[in-house]
Ligand binder design. Structure first.
Ligand SMILES: Cc1cc2nc3c(=O)[nH]c(=O)nc-3n(C[C@H](O)[C@H](O)[C@H](O)COP(=O)(O)OP(=O)(O)OC[C@H]3O[C@@H](n4cnc5c(N)ncnc54)[C@H](O)[C@@H]3O)c2cc1C
Length: 425
């Protein structure tokens, strides 16, 4: 029986939390209760600041509970593109930052004792076309030479040790990547921020943020807050309350299905080493096993932010994708389907810093479990007066040309662009 719900929701106990009145005055108001906002809240509250996290739905309701839980090395832009665009020295710092961001997740999980199944499971990139595999040896060499980071190239003949599929033309394994239950992680982060003293207000939408006499007036559905500083971590759900950020972030739909649990033998056959897997096409498939052996299979089955109709349609499109990769799952029922918004920026890079006097971390493009968590911490330290310590400092953050914040106008062209890239690359 197919349920149009996020599988990860079924892995946590529903919580009923007291609904306290929003405070009238705080040091820092945080808009958005995902990884970015909550990891910033934890650091700020630990330093003694009075912090209120304002979340329009419930903690983790956005991408932070909906994602595939792949904690991946690297940035969304590949190594060679990073070097080409930013030069070797800065690209090296960016890549190193992506590794330290995974360490940050691991450190928080250990320090705060968050039971979220964090494991260094490694990832597999699977080559969709022979031409993609042909580039892997050079890519691995480039990565080792430039970043000192080793990945293993797997020829097609050996690929069954990594994946029980004949569809791919070889692969590349990175042992440093990790996996996590994303919802357990975000709820654990929220508990940690609360223990540090942060107030977390759910069902509290920020309607506008005004500035007068050096302070901010944050108008919410549940009252107005006077704040010395504001941090925005609204990801793909960024709305009219922060118009400058809204013009810089395009939300793109990504969808996931979860099958019924597979037998141990079948699970061992489809992804023997329980890696996080994604393939090399632009409209990529990404997939993994859940702890209870479900095949969790995601992709951009529709480009637009999710609606009940696009989610329902995605279930069948993704099931066909799953069976194309794993014909042995053709009789396995799909039990869950859900969608979420991935926040893309014009330069496909994450951004963090200050815009219009607001602190922010945003634009993770489907690569945000570790980087959103880590940039949340970094920006919080910056708010506490420390020097910004991440390699994205000073990166220009362009608005998307001709974009007014309405994704329905822009997405068809972007969709065609990526489809064409898949045909020709
Ligand atoms: C389907 C899917 C799969 C993904 N898979 C992966 C993966 O495997 N690995 C990976 O690294 N990344 C993945 N990502 C990306 C990753 O989930 C995100 O980058 C990350 O969760 C972003 O965290 P965030 O805190 O910036 O935003 P979010 O978690 O989206 O949180 C933003 C929050 O802000 C709230 N908000 C917005 N406006 C307001 C307002 N006005 N007032 C109050 N609250 C507001 C929203 O309700 C939301 O809860 C995936 C994303 C999706 C959608």
């Amino acid at each position: 029986m197919l349920s149009e719900k996020n599988f990860w929701n079924s892995t946590v106990e529903p919580a009923s939390r007291p609904d306290a009145a929003v405070p009238s005055r705080v040091d820092v108001a945080i808009v958005g209760g995902g990884y970015a906002g909550l990891s910033a809240a934890r650091v700020l509250a630990r330093s003694g600041a009075r912090v209120a996290v304002l979340e329009q739905e419930t903690v983790g309701w956005g991408a932070s509970s909906r994602n595939a839980g792949m904690v991946l090395t690297g940035m969304k832009l590949g190594p060679e593109a990073l070097v080409k665009k930013y030069g070797e020295a800065r690209a090296r710092r960016m890549f190193a930052f992506s590794l330290s961001a995974i360490d940050t997740v691991e450190r928080i999980v250990n320090e705060e004792q968050i039971a979220c199944g964090f494991a260094r499971s490694g990832h597999l990139e699977a080559a969709w076309k022979p031409a993609h595999f042909a580039g892997y040896a050079a890519a691995a060499e480039f990565m080792e030479k430039t970043f000192g980071h080793r990945v293993q190239v797997i020829p097609k003949a050996d690929l069954h040790a990594e994946i029980g599929s004949d569809l791919y033309h070889g692969g590349m394994v990175d042992e440093v990547s990790a996996s996590v239950n994303p919802e357990q992680f975000v709820l654990g982060l929220a508990d940690a921020a609360r223990r540090a003293g942060a107030l977390i207000h759910e069902q509290t939408r920020v309607r506008s943020v005004g500035r007068a006499a050096g302070r901010f007036t944050v108008a919410t559905d549940r009252g107005t807050i006077d704040a010395e500083r504001v941090f925005v971590g609204t990801g793909g759900y960024t709305g009219p309350a922060t118009p400058a950020l809204r013009r810089r972030v395009i939300p793109i739909g990504s969808y996931i299905i979860a099958s019924a649990p597979l037998s141990d033998a079948l699970a061992r056959q489809v992804i023997p080493r329980r890696r996080m897997v994604f393939d090399s096409k632009h409209f990529l498939y990404y997939f993994r096993l859940t702890p209870d052996n479900r095949m969790l299979f995601g992709g951009r089955a529709a480009f637009r932010p999710e609606t009940p109709m696009s989610t329902r349609r995605s279930a069948e499109i993704l099931r066909q994708g799953m069976v194309q990769v794993f014909p042995q799952l053709s009789a396995t029922p799909v039990e869950f389907v859900w969608g979420g918004r991935v926040d893309f920026t014009y330069d496909v890079m994450p951004h963090a810093g200050v815009l219009d006097d607001l602190y922010y971390a945003i634009g993770f493009g489907g690569h945000g479990v570790a980087i959103a968590t880590s940039l949340g911490e970094s920006v919080a330290r910056q708010m506490l007066g420390q020097a910004a310590d991440h390699p994205l400092v000073g990166l220009p953050f362009p608005a998307v040309p001709l974009y007014n914040g309405n994704p329905l106008v822009h997405l068809p062209a972007a969709w065609m662009y990526y489809k064409v890239l898949d045909w020709v690359s």
